[in-house]
Design a protein around this ligand. Structure first.
Ligand code: TYD
Ligand code: MG
Length: 457
C-alpha cells in the first residue's frame, strides 16, 4: 500500500515521504512543507470489489458544434482566451503579487457583466469596500458585478449554487479555505482541494470560474503550478514592477492556441489595452546605438517587434559576468560559444549583459540571430543600420536556419517603417513587396557583412 505522504512541495505539489531541502520533482529549493494528508485513512474497499456503472462510449467522427463564446469586449483578453469566454470553463490567472491581477479581473468582470453575463467577484484578500473603491477609481462603479468578501469555500459554493452566475472570479485561490481539509489556507492540500471543488462545481453547474493564483518564490504558500493541470486555461500575468507594460500570456488553453499574448499598460485608471505592442516596445528606442537590435518575433498568432540590447565590457573580475534579462541564459551561452568557435570573435575577459527592452520575455529560437547581432554590435561598437530588423535561428555549426512565419514578421516590420531585414538564406517570403532582404547563409557571413571581415578559425 502507498505510504501516506506528509510533506509536499509548494511549487509543484509533489508529495514526499520526508522533508528535504530540494524537491526532486521540480528542482525548487526550500519549498517542501509538512502537511496533513488530503484524505486521511486507507480506502475502505478495494476499487474492483464493487461493481461500477457502465460508461457510454462515443466515437471520434461525431461532429460537435464549437463552444459558444462570450467576448468581454477587451480584445487583448478575448484573444488570449482563444476568442472569448467558454461556458463551464476553469481559468487560472497566475502572477506575482502586486502585478495587477485583481485590477485586470475586476475590469474583466465588469466587461463580461456589461456584455450580459451574470458576474460574481469574490475577494478573499480585500474587504468589499476596498474593491468598491477600486472599481470607482477604474470608472466601473456602475457595472452590474455582484461582490462578496469571503474565504470560506462552503459558503461560496452555496452562494454560487443559489445565485447561478455565468462567471465567478475567486481572488485568490490561496486565501480560500475548505473546512473539510485539515491544513492552513495557502497550503498545497487546501489550494488543491479548493481548486478541485471549484472546477468540478463549474463543470457540473455550467458556470465559468476564474481562479487568481499568486506566484510565490518563498515557498510559504502554494503557487499556481500546483493546480495548473486541473483547469482548462492557464494565463500568466507578467511584467516588471518598474515598467508599466503588462503581458497576459496563455501557457495552456484547451479552447484556443497557447502562447497567445495580450498586452496592457498600467495607468492611473487601471489597465489600458495596447493594440500595437510593437510600436510600444520600440517607442523608447534611441537613435541607432551599438548593441541595439530590433527582433521581429511572433507571440502566439501575432507578430511583435521588440528590441534586444547588449553591453559588452572588459571584465574586472577573474570570472567574467554573463547577465541576461528576458531571454534564456543557456541559449546566450550557446550563441557566445558559436561566435567564438565559428566566427573567431572572442568574448573571454568581457562581461556580457543582454536585455529585452520593455520587460518583454522572449523564448523563440528565432531570436538567436538578433541576440548574436546585438552581441557583435556591442562588442565591435558598431551599430546595425537603424532601418533593419533581424530574425533567424543559429545552429551549433554557425549556419543560419530559416524560421516559421517569416511573412508575418516582415509585414509587421514594414508596417513599422523598417525597410531592411537580415534573415537566414532560404527564408521563404510571399510575392508582395516587403522590406529588402539581406539573406545570409551563416553567422560568419553576418560578421563579414556588418562588422568587418574576420578570418574563421
Ligand atoms: P493589483 O491588481 O492589486 O495586483 P495583484 O492583484 O496582482 O496583487 O494591482 C496592484 C498595483 O496596481 C498597485 O501597485 C497599484 C497599481 N494600480 C495602478 O497603477 N492603477 C490602478 O488604477 C490600480 C487599480 C492599481
Ligand atoms: Mg490582488
Amino acid at each position: 500500500m502507498a505510504r501516506s505522504l506528509s510533506f509536499s512541495c509548494t511549487a509543484c505539489g509533489a508529495g514526499h515521504g520526508k522533508w528535504s531541502g530540494r524537491c526532486d520533482a521540480c528542482g525548487a529549493w526550500n519549498t517542501i512543507t509538512e502537511e496533513a494528508p488530503l484524505s486521511p485513512g486507507p480506502a475502505k474497499t478495494a476499487l474492483g470489489a464493487r461493481r461500477g456503472v457502465r460508461i457510454p462510449l462515443g466515437d471520434l467522427a461525431t461532429e460537435e458544434a464549437p463552444p459558444p463564446r462570450t467576448r468581454s469586449g477587451i480584445d487583448e483578453l478575448d484573444r488570449v482566451l482563444g476568442g472569448g469566454l467558454v461556458p463551464a470553463s476553469a481559468i487560472l490567472v497566475g502572477g506575482d503579487p502586486g502585478i495587477g491581477k485583481s485590477t485586470l479581473l475586476l475590469q474583466a468582470a465588469a466587461s463580461f457583466a456589461q456584455a450580459g453575463l451574470k458576474a460574481i467577484y469574490v475577494s478573499g484578500e480585500e474587504a468589499s469596500a476596498q474593491v468598491r473603491m477600486r472599481a470607482r477609481r477604474l470608472g466601473l462603479g456602475k457595472a452590474p458585478v455582484r461582490l462578496a468578501a469571503e474565504t470560506n469555500l462552503r459558503n461560496i459554493l452555496t452562494t454560487l449554487e443559489e445565485e447561478r452566475p455565468d462567471i465567478a472570479i475567486i481572488d485568490s485561490i490561496q486565501t480560500m479555505w475548505a473546512d473539510n481539509v485539515d491544513s492552513a489556507p495557502g497550503s498545497v492540500a487546501q489550494v488543491r482541494a479548493a481548486a478541485h471543488e471549484l472546477t468540478t462545481f463549474a463543470k457540473r453547474r455550467g458556470l465559468s470560474v476564474v481562479l487568481v493564483g499568486h506566484v510565490t518564490k518563498e515557498g510559504q504558500i502554494a503557487g499556481p503550478r500546483v493546480i495548473e493541470h486541473m483547469v482548462d486555461t492557464v494565463l500568466y500575468f507578467e511584467g516588471e514592477r518598474g515598467h508599466q507594460f503588462r503581458i497576459l500570456r496563455a501557457v495552456k488553453n484547451r479552447f484556443g492556441p497557447a502562447d497567445e499574448i495580450g498586452v496592457f499598460e498600467m495607468t492611473g485608471k487601471g489597465l489600458a489595452q495596447v493594440h500595437n505592442p510593437s510600436a510600444l516596445f520600440l517607442s523608447e528606442r534611441d537613435t541607432p546605438a551599438p548593441g541595439s537590435v530590433v527582433f521581429a518575433g511572433i507571440e502566439g498568432t501575432r507578430p511583435v517587434l521588440c528590441e534586444f540590447q547588449a553591453l559588452v565590457a572588459p571584465s574586472p573580475h577573474a570570472q567574467a559576468r554573463r547577465s541576461v534579462v528576458g531571454w534564456d541564459g543557456g541559449r546566450l551561452a550557446m550563441i557566445l560559444a558559436v561566435l567564438e568557435a565559428r566566427c573567431a570573435v572572442p568574448f573571454a575577459g568581457f562581461d556580457v549583459y543582454l536585455n529585452v527592452a520593455g520587460g518583454m520575455k522572449i523564448s523563440e529560437p528565432a531570436a538567436d540571430l538578433a541576440v548574436a547581432a546585438a552581441l557583435l554590435s556591442a562588442r565591435e561598437s558598431s551599430a546595425l543600420p537603424s532601418d533593419a530588423v533581424v530574425f533567424g535561428e543559429i545552429s551549433l555549426s554557425g549556419a543560419l536556419r530559416p524560421v516559421s512565419q517569416a511573412e508575418s514578421r516582415l509585414k509587421e516590420a514594414q508596417k513599422l517603417g523598417f525597410s531592411r531585414a537580415i534573415v537566414p538564406a532560404g527564408t521563404r517570403t510571399g510575392a508582395q513587396a516587403g522590406p529588402e532582404l539581406n539573406a545570409i547563409p551563416d553567422l560568419a557571413g553576418v560578421v563579414g557583412r556588418f562588422f568587418g571581415a574576420r578570418k574563421p578559425r
